[in-house]
Design a protein around this ligand. Structure first.
Ligand code: SF4
Length: 334
């Protein structure tokens, strides 16, 4: 039985990295050292069986949040709670046991698989670390999980090396390796970004099928709002380390209340040469997280920014059932 309504809770998580600017700059800035504010006071609660999408441009902090969620790195501030237990209070041994329940699918299957390991060895490796008691049935377990990720007949794959199969098949192996320890939470960090376009939908369909079969919860990290819609139940939009909008699919895609979410949706490519955009895309590039803009981080690019925006940080406010937005003027879009 779950301990809590939520499988994963990130509570006011912050991750700031100190920046080494050389001896002279470090000395001059000793009272106010430069920091990269990768994640700034982010709170996310993910229910059992839910697919929560974290969407943002590169540099928004989404991958850092994923690593914090699995406690692969420690937060500067805030807590990570997994199934009711604060991960910072667990001993190294208890944390290792918890990690069996939290697995990762990374973006690049080529880099995630050891080229000298057969597929069978790669899939069984997590069992050696987390569940050695199941190694007795290793071959049956590997064949079963290969079949479940659609690599049929599984006997044809178990002794192959990663370079002997296609990119899409490699990503299926990475998914199989994540499933073999019977996890509860899967962090999927841009899991289809490196796949051919023709394979992406198949991989998303596979992830949906496996979610039901294994009763999984996903934290799905992506820069791509279009694919997030395909698999997620709720979406959080990140901008420069802060959540700016959180809502269900209908709220985020049909009635976005934050100007940045609106801009991201406007930027989704439409396969129609006659299509003309009705709203301008935001000005310029995402600024550096080392010296983020004051107040609302989005104000230099926001089409409706006012004086208050550069002075006062907008807090997330609930403007609908579980629809939260960090914008002083979001009511304008209700
Ligand atoms: Fe734009 Fe101001 Fe809202 Fe930020 S707070 S999104 S700058 S209107």
């Amino acid at each position: 039985m779950p301990h809590s309504e939520y499988l994963l809770e990130l509570k006011n998580i912050r991750k700031w990295f100190p920046i080494d600017q050389g001896i002279i700059q470090n000395y001059l800035r000793r009272k106010n050292p430069a920091t990269l504010r990768a994640v700034d006071d982010v709170s996310i609660c993910i229910r059992h069986g839910e697919v929560f999408g974290l969407v943002g441009e590169s540099g928004s902090g989404k991958t850092t949040i994923g690593r914090l969620a699995l406690r692969l790195i420690d937060p500067t501030r805030g807590t990570v709670v997994f199934d009711g237990e604060d991960l910072s209070e667990l001993s190294p041994n208890e944390l290792r046991q918890k990690r069996r329940k939290m697995q990762v699918i990374f973006q690049d299957p080529h880099a995630s698989l050891n080229p000298r390991m057969t597929i069978g060895d790669a899939i069984s490796h997590p069992l050696e670390i987390h569940q050695p008691e199941r190694l007795e049935n290793k071959k049956d377990i590997i064949l079963d999980v290969l079949e479940r990720v659609g690599l049929i007949p599984p006997e044809n794959y178990i002794d192959k090396y990663p370079h002997q199969i296609s990119g899409g098949q490699r990503q299926r192996i990475v998914i199989a390796r994540a499933l073999v320890t019977q996890p509860e939470l899967i962090l999927a960090d841009e899991p289809i970004a490196m796949a051919d376009v023709s394979v992406r939908v198949l991989l998303l369909e596979l992830m949906r099928k496996l979610k039901d079969e294994f009763n999984l919860t996903y934290l799905y990290i992506t820069h791509d709002l279009a694919t997030a819609k395909y698999i997620c139940d709720r979406i959080g939009i990140l901008y420069l380390g802060r959540l700016v909008e959180v809502g269900n699919l209908d709220q985020v895609y049909t009635n976005p209340l934050h100007p940045y979410t609106q801009a991201l949706l406007e930027a989704v490519p439409v396969p129609d040469p006659e299509f003309r955009r009705t709203k301008p895309l935001p000005r310029g590039e995402i600024p550096s997280p080392i010296n983020p803009p004051s107040g609302c981080h989005f104000h230099p690019r926001c089409p409706i920014a006012q004086e208050r925006c550069s002075k006062e940080e907008p807090r997330l406010r609930e403007l609908g059932t579980e629809h939260t937005v960090a914008c002083h003027f979001a009511e304008k879009f209700l």
